[in-house]
Design a protein around this ligand. Sequence first.
Ligand code: UDX
Length: 457
Amino acid sequence: MRISVIGCGYVGLVTGGCLAEVGHHVVCTDNDAARIAMLEAGRLPIYEPYLDMILAGSRNAGRLRFTGDVGEAVRAGEAIFICVGTPPLENGEADLSAIDNVARLIATEARVPTLVIEKSTVPAQTGQELKRVLAVYRRNLGVTFRVASNPEFLREGTGVEDFLNPDRIVVGVEDSATEHQLREIYRPVLEGRFRCPVHRPICPPTAPQLLVTTINSAELIKHASNSFLALKISYANAVADLCERLGANVEEVTRAMGLDPRIGQQFLRAGLGFGGFCLPKDVQAFIRLAERAGVDFGLLKEAEKVNKRRIDQFLDKVRRALWVLKDKQIAVLGLAFKPNTDDIRYAPAIEVIGRLLAEGAQVRACDPEAMEKTRKVFPQIGYDRDPYAVAPGADALLILTEWEEFRQLDWQRIRDTLARPLVLDARNLLDPEAMKKLGFEYHSIGRQDVAAGSATP
Ligand code: UDX
C-alpha cells in the first residue's frame, strides 16, 4: 500500500520505517527542513535501537523516502498517518494545533479519497474534530476522507520491537472499509512475519490481536493505558516510602506482588518516578479531559503528586548524606529519562541536576546516549563518555538512569577514585550487600541504607 507519514519524530520514524520494512511504500514528511535534510543524508535525529538499520534497508529497497514537501507527501498516500507532537499546554491539556494544521493541509492537498489515521496521542473526541476540519477545508469537493484512530503503544528504546511484535493493535473506525484497509496495512505484522532481532522479555510470543473499536474508545484506550502505567509506578513508589520507614525492602515486596498475574511484574519499579515525553503529559491531559467531562479523576492527581515528590525526596537523601551541597563534586551516571534512549524530555535526572546546580554543587556526568542533548541544557557541567572518568575526586556518585552498562562497572575501581565512597542509587540498579562489601556507603530507594563497617539492620 502507498502510505504517507506526517511527522518524523520517534513515533513517525518508527511507524514509517516499520511500515516500509513490512513491504509498504512509504513517504515520510516533516515541517522541519533540517530534520528532513538529515534523514535524506542517512542520519538520524534520534537514537532508537534498530531504527537506522530499518530505515537504511527500506530506502535501499526503494520503499521509503523523505520529503519536505508536505503536499507531495499527502498526495502520495492512500493512507496518511498523522504522527505529529501533542505537547502539553500551560494548563496540562494537549496542544492539538499541530494536528489541526496537518488536517487543514491534508484537506487542501489531497486529490483522491484518503484514509487519515491519527497515531499521535490525542484526547477522546479529537477524531470528530478531525473529520470536521477535513470536511470544511476540503478544496476538491470530489475528495472524501475517512478517519481512524490507531494509537501507538511504542516505548522509546524498544520502539521497533514494539511495532513489529506488538501485544495489541487498536483501530478505532467507523466503517468496515476502513477496518479492512487497516487490517491490510498491519497484515504482515499480524501474521508475525517480521520479528525484531531482539529478545522481548515483556510479551510472550503470541500473535498480536487487532482490536476494532469506535474512534472515541481507541483514543481513550491510549490515555487510559498510559495513565494506568503511571498509577502503577506511583503505587510502587509510595510502597517504597513505606518500606524505608518500616525496614522492608521494596524489591522483595513488588517482586512478590508481581507474581500474582492479576498484578504483574511490569511497571512496579520504584525509583525517581516516571518521566519522558509520554507518561507525564498523558496523565495531565487525561486529568484535564476528565475535568472537562465533569469527572474528578482524583486518583490520577494523587499519582501525579507522588511522582512530583520523588525528586524532592531523593534530593533530601543526597542532602542528608552530604550535608552541604555547595562546592561538592557530584558524579552522575545516567541522564536519559530511561535506559536505551537519548531522550531527556521530562527526565528526572535533568531535574535533579538542575537542583544540584542551583544549590552550588559541581556535576560531572556520563550517559551512553544522552550527553549531547543534555549539553544544550547544562553547558556548564562536565561530561565524559567514560563512566570511570566522572568518578575521580567526587564526594558522591548518583545513579539516575539504570543503564545496564553501569551495573557491569568495576565498582571497586570506582570506589578507589571517589573522594568519599558514597553512592546514591535512585534506580536500585545495584545490590546493597555487594556495595557494602566493596566498602561503600550506599543509599537506594525503598531499601535500607548500608555502609561499610556498620551492622546490617
Ligand atoms: C510510554 C508507554 O510505555 C508506551 O506504551 C507509550 O506508547 C509511550 O509512553 P515511554 O515514554 O517510552 O513509553 O517510557 P516507559 O517505558 O513507559 O517509561 C516511562 C517512565 O516510567 C520512565 O521514566 C521510566 O524510568 C519510568 N518507570 C517505568 C519507572 O519508574 N518504573 C517502572 O517500573 C517503569
